[in-house]
Write a protein that binds this ligand. Structure first.
Ligand code: CS2
Length: 498
C-alpha cells in the first residue's frame, strides 16, 4: 500500500503528478504583501490569484507574509509552520471532478501572540507595499446603528490604556504605521478583502477613529501616505471538513492538515488606488475599476442575501447544505422571485453587464452539490450579515414604496430560526459572534410579542417603527406559526404568479 505524503516544500516533487505544484522557485519570491487573517477565504481567493500570477507569469514580486493576530489563529500558524506555508486548494467543478493545486504564494507566517514585535517589524518593512485584511464582517468594530467605532470593546479599552501592547488589528496598525513614519519606510496600501460594502472606506473610518484617540499626531502622515481601496470579493469557500482532509489522503495520497475546498468561480473587482504599487493582478483576471460600489451592491444583495435567504429557510425546513435547498423547486423559485422582484429594482444599472446571466449563474453556483456548503456556515453570524446583505434592500424598498413580501417573510423566518429547532424537531446551534444571547432571548420573547425581535436595535435600528414593514413582518410571523416554511413559500410563490 502506498503511503500518504506530508505536504511540505521538500516533498513537493514526490506528490501525485495529477496535483499541480508551484513551478517557480519559492526561495526567490519577494514578500510584498502582509496579510492579516489567513482563513479559508484568503487562501481560496487572494493567495490563490497571487499564486497564479507567479505560476502563469513568473512574477515573483508579490509574495505574502501571513499573519495571525488572535489566539484562535494558533492552529493555522502551527499548520503553516509544519507545511512550509503550503496548502492544497481543491477546486470542485460542477461535474464532480476536482483540480488540486498546491498554493505557494504565502512564503512566511507570523503569529502575533508569540511574537508581536516581528509582526510590527513586518508591517513596517519598507518592502511591504500592501497590508491586506480578512478580519470578518464584524472585525471592523463599528456599531451597526451609530456606524461609529466601538470604543467600549474591552480589547480596544486595553489598547487605549496601553497602546504599546497591541491586541487588535487597529492596535497593530497604529504601531506599525508610526514605525513606518519614523523610519521613512514609505507609504502603504491597506486593503480590506472582507465582504462588506465600502470595505476600504470602513477600514479607513475604523482605523482613523482608533488612531485619532490613541495617537492623533499620526493622522496627517496617514492622510498623505496610506490608501484604502474598496473592493468586491467573491468565491464560495466552505468550511474544511474532516472528510475533505480524508479524501485528499484517499484519492491523492497527500497528507495536508488544513486544505481548502472551493468552487471554480472567482471574482475580484478593486478600485485602483494603491499608493505604493501593487501586484499586476489584472494579468490573472482581476478587474480594476474607478467605482466598485455597483459591483458590491450587486454581489452583497443578490449572492450574499440569496445565501441568507436559502440558509435560513433551508435550516427551518431541515436541509443541511445549500445545494439541497436550491435544488428544491419551491425554494429555488422564491430565491428567483426575491432576486427579480425585490432586489433588481433596487440595483444601479451597470453598463455592459448582463444582470440576468449573473442571477442565473448564482442559481448554478449554489446548486454545485460537490461544494457541500453548509446551511450552518451561511446562518452563522447572521446578526452581522443581515444589516449588510438584507436590510439595505429593505430600506431602499421602503423609501420607494416597493413590494416587501419576501424580505419581510425572511425576517420573520429568521426570528423563528433563532429558536434553534427545525420543523423536523432537530435542534441546531445558533452561532453568532456578537449577539448570540440577545438573538435567542428576542426569539423566545417573540413567541408572545413578535415585535420584540425587530426591536433588536443593534440590528434593525428603528425599522420596526415603519408600519408598512412591521405589518408585513407580523403577517408572516403569524403565518409561520400556522404553516410549515414550505407551505408559506408555496403561498408566496403562487401569489406572485397570479
Ligand atoms: C456567504 C459568503 O458567509 C456567507 O453568508 O454568503 O461567505 C459567500 O460564500 C462569499 O461571500 C462568496 O464570495
Amino acid at each position: 500500500m502506498k503511503k500518504n505524503i506530508a505536504l511540505n516544500q521538500k516533498n513537493l516533487d514526490s506528490l501525485d503528478p495529477s496535483i499541480e505544484i508551484p513551478n517557480y522557485d519559492r526561495a526567490k519570491v519577494k514578500t510584498r504583501i502582509a496579510h492579516i487573517g489567513v482563513g479559508n477565504f484568503h487562501r481560496s481567493h487572494q493567495a490563490y490569484l497571487t499564486h497564479e500570477l507567479m505560476q502563469q507569469h513568473g512574477d515573483l514580486n508579490s509574495g505574502i507574509c501571513g499573519i495571525g493576530l488572535m489566539n484562535f489563529d494558533r492552529k493555522i500558524s502551527d499548520v503553516m509552520k509544519a507545511q512550509d506555508s503550503l496548502y492544497s486548494l481543491v477546486i470542485k467543478e460542477h461535474d464532480g471532478s476536482r483540480k488540486v493545486k498546491v498554493i505557494g504564494s504565502i512564503v512566511e507566517f507570523l503569529f502575533a501572540p508569540e511574537n508581536p514585535d516581528a509582526v510590527i517589524a513586518k508591517l513596517a518593512d519598507p518592502e511591504i507595499q500592501v497590508i491586506s485584511l480578512t478580519i470578518t464582517e464584524g472585525g471592523y468594530n463599528l456599531d451597526e446603528t451609530t456606524h461609529e467605532f466601538n470604543f467600549e470593546n474591552p480589547w480596544i479599552q486595553q489598547e487605549i490604556a496601553d497602546p504599546n501592547s497591541p491586541i487588535t488589528v487597529f492596535g497593530y496598525l497604529n504601531k506599525a504605521l508610526q514605525v513606518r513614519k519614523d523610519t521613512g519606510a514609505g507609504g502603504v496600501t491597506i486593503q480590506s478583502c472582507d465582504n462588506i460594502q465600502g470595505n476600504g472606506k470602513i477600514t479607513k473610518k475604523s482605523l482613523l477613529s482608533f488612531i485619532g484617540r490613541v495617537n492623533p499626531d499620526l493622522l496627517d502622515w496617514i492622510s498623505e501616505n496610506v490608501s484604502f481601496p474598496n473592493a468586491m470579493v467573491d468565491r464560495i469557500t466552505p468550511i474544511t471538513t474532516l472528510q475533505d482532509i480524508q479524501q485528499l489522503k484517499d484519492d491523492f495520497l497527500v497528507d495536508d492538515q488544513w486544505p481548502v475546498v472551493c468552487e471554480p468561480f472567482i471574482q475580484w473587482v478593486i478600485e485602483d488606488d494603491f499608493i505604493n504599487g501593487r501586484p499586476s493582478w489584472e494579468k490573472v483576471g482581476v478587474q480594476f475599476v474607478n467605482d466598485v460600489l455597483p459591483f458590491e451592491n450587486m454581489k452583497l444583495q443578490l449572492l450574499n442575501a440569496g445565501h441568507s435567504l436559502m440558509g435560513v429557510l433551508g435550516a427551518l425546513h431541515g436541509f443541511e447544505t445549500i445545494d439541497q435547498v436550491v435544488r428544491d423547486n419551491d425554494f429555488k423559485e422564491i430565491f428567483k422571485n426575491y432576486m427579480d422582484l425585490e432586489v433588481t429594482p433596487c440595483l444601479e444599472k451597470l453598463d455592459g453587464f448582463d444582470l440576468t446571466a449573473y442571477k442565473n449563474s448564482l442559481l448554478t453556483r449554489f446548486q454545485n452539490e460537490y461544494i457541500k456548503d453548509s446551511v450552518a456556515r451561511i446562518c452563522s453570524h447572521s446578526s452581522v450579515k443581515f444589516p449588510k446583505f438584507i436590510l439595505p434592500t429593505l430600506r431602499n424598498q421602503l423609501s420607494n414604496s416597493q413590494d416587501i413580501e419576501i424580505i419581510s417573510f425572511l425576517i420573520a423566518a429568521w426570528a423563528k430560526y433563532n429558536l434553534g429547532i427545525d420543523e423536523k424537531g432537530t435542534s441546531y446551534e445558533i452561532k453568532d459572534v456578537i449577539l448570540e444571547e440577545e438573538l435567542k432571548i428576542a426569539a423566545k420573547e417573540s413567541l408572545e410579542d413578535p415585535l420584540k425581535f425587530i426591536q433588536l436595535n443593534a440590528i434593525f435600528g428603528d425599522l420596526y417603527v415603519n408600519e408598512v414593514f412591521s405589518n408585513r413582518y407580523l403577517y408572516y410571523t403569524d403565518l409561520l406559526k400556522e404553516q410549515s416554511v414550505r407551505a408559506c413559500i408555496k403561498q408566496i410563490n403562487a401569489r406572485i404568479k397570479t
